[in-house]
Design a protein. Structure first.
Length: 471
């Protein structure tokens, strides 16, 4: 059983956690014609927006209720009503998500009552869906906020349906998946003749594409509201990420659709299970392209195991991503010697480690140093930690603000796992792990000495007057 070591400090030093609020905002950003409106001060939204813009390198549609000192003391419900009315009249979104912040949760703001009053006062905006979610940033983490938002979407939108679409499958994609991961999974589903509907689909809204218009105040691309409402028409649901268990349970209760649950889709065993499920649902064998990619992954594992096997690795990530990365590296013989996460979760009990620390990057550094870690895996906040420890860093998770393209890197599937193994092995090579050291035979050294002696004698003979060679 994995030991979960809880924090015992009164503060965070070099925090690892990204808040629940922006986790929920990410879920709403995966919906078509949507905009999150964070209920809190203007600074809370600005802070989250900086993270999103630096990570995705894209304009991010975020709004705020912009609470000030007066609304904080006297009540903030007016800010919600006015904010919703302004957004609906100017941008005409299909859906608005309203995540709360630590300020409003501490104040005790009644968000749902304010939304009901907005409905009563503005019936002209009845077509715009408004979904609140409680995401105080003094508890939980990025992953839990995202999971709450997905659960809220299903609770508010999904309706029972009678007609089935034999080709449709739902995919509940966890917060640990990048736009590249989601796109890879969609492609794999397509290969079996099935139609994937991802909830939410950040591969269509945050994949780095150029929009048709120069400016759009709403998300461009993503899952449509109607697609979520008709989730019950699918023949199956794939749930990727243990954090989405409450959302998956709710979806199954409402629709009765059979689901297949995976902690992640990285590594040979996990992808094999996913492909087997697709073959079962579609009634088709695995296509040749996937079989080819599987053989490539096997060859990559054979190539990389010299460097990765017995490597000592430290990981800092949210629970679902921590589970993904720990299973992945240990599957090739590496040892996770330090594991740190910002919040506890049931999925952590199945990690291939002895203990997991709920803490920050200071805890990561101390654990990694004490365990002689050879490599770190974490987001861009871990760069300084890796530098102080003198080990390489494999960037994973949110945010990644010091490199380009990290936001859409593909980790999932056979191809994603293959390329990730190559990157990990190359980083280990930079530490000279896996290289075959030069071997000097004692006999070779003796021969070198005899050779040097013969050369000296030959030079002496050719230079002596009596030899006749100087004539």
């Amino acid at each position: 059983m994995v030991e979960l070591v809880k924090r015992n400090k009164a503060l965070s030093v070099k925090p690892l956690k990204s808040s629940q609020t922006i986790g929920a905002a990410l879920a709403y950003l995966g919906l078509s014609r949507a905009i999150p409106m964070l209920h809190g001060s203007q600074g809370c939204t600005a802070f989250g927006k900086v993270f999103f813009v630096r990570h995705f390198r894209e304009p991010i549609p975020l709004q705020t209720t912009a609470m000030d000192q007066v609304s904080t003391v006297m009540g903030s419900e007016d800010s919600i009503r006015e904010g919703l009315a302004t957004i609906c009249s100017k941008s005409k979104p299909d859906i608005i998500g309203v995540p709360t912040t630590g300020l409003t949760e501490t104040q005790g703001s009644d968000v749902r009552m304010a939304i009901k009053e907005f409905r009563d006062q503005h019936p002209e905006f009845e077509d715009t869906v408004v979904i609140p979610v409680d995401t105080p940033d003094f508890t939980g983490c990025f992953e839990t906020g995202y999971a709450k938002a997905v659960d809220g979407l299903i609770e508010a939108l999904v309706q029972p349906v009678t007609e089935k679409d034999a080709s449709r499958v739902n995919i509940l994609a966890g917060s640990h998946m990048t736009p590249g991961d989601v796109e890879e999974i969609k492609d794999m589903v397509d290969m079996f003749g099935l139609t994937p509907v991802v909830i939410p689909d950040i591969s269509a809204s945050l994949d780095g594409h150029l929009p048709e218009n120069d400016f759009n105040p709403l998300t461009t691309g993503g899952t449509r509201v109607e697609q979520i409402r008709t989730a019950g028409a699918a023949v199956a649901t794939f749930v990727i990420g243990a954090s989405l268990k409450p959302a998956a349970d709710r979806l199954k209760d409402v629709t009765g659709v059979e689901d297949y649950r995976f902690d992640h889709l990285m590594g040979l065993d996990a992808v094999d299970a996913f492909v087997a499920a697709l073959a079962k649902i579609s009634g088709r064998p695995a296509p040749a392209k996937l079989k080819r990619q599987r053989t490539q992954l096997l060859d990559a594992m054979l190539d990389a195991h010299f460097m990765v096997g017995q490597a000592r690795i430290a990981i800092a990530a949210d629970p679902d991503l921590l589970k993904t990365l720990a299973d992945w590296v240990s599957g090739l013989g590496a040892e996770v010697v330090a594991a740190v996460t910002p919040a506890g979760a049931q999925s952590l009990k199945t990690l291939p480690v002895e203990s997991v620390k709920v803490g920050d990057l200071e805890d990561l550094e101390m654990l990694a140093k004490g365990a002689d870690a050879e490599l770190l895996i974490g987001n861009s906040h871990c760069v300084q930690s890796a530098g102080r420890l003198g080990v390489p860093l494999l960037r994973a998770g949110f945010p990644q603000f010091d490199i380009l393209g990290g936001f859409r890197k593909t980790w999932a599937g056979y191809a994603g796992t293959r390329d990730a193994f190559f990157e990990l092995a190359n980083l280990m090579l930079s530490t000279h792990k896996g290289e075959v050291e030069a071997y000097d035979s004692v006999y070779a050294q003796r021969n070198y000495a005899n050779s040097d002696q013969r050369e000296e004698e030959h030079a002496h003979r050719t230079a002596s007057p009596g030899s006749g060679l100087h004539h």
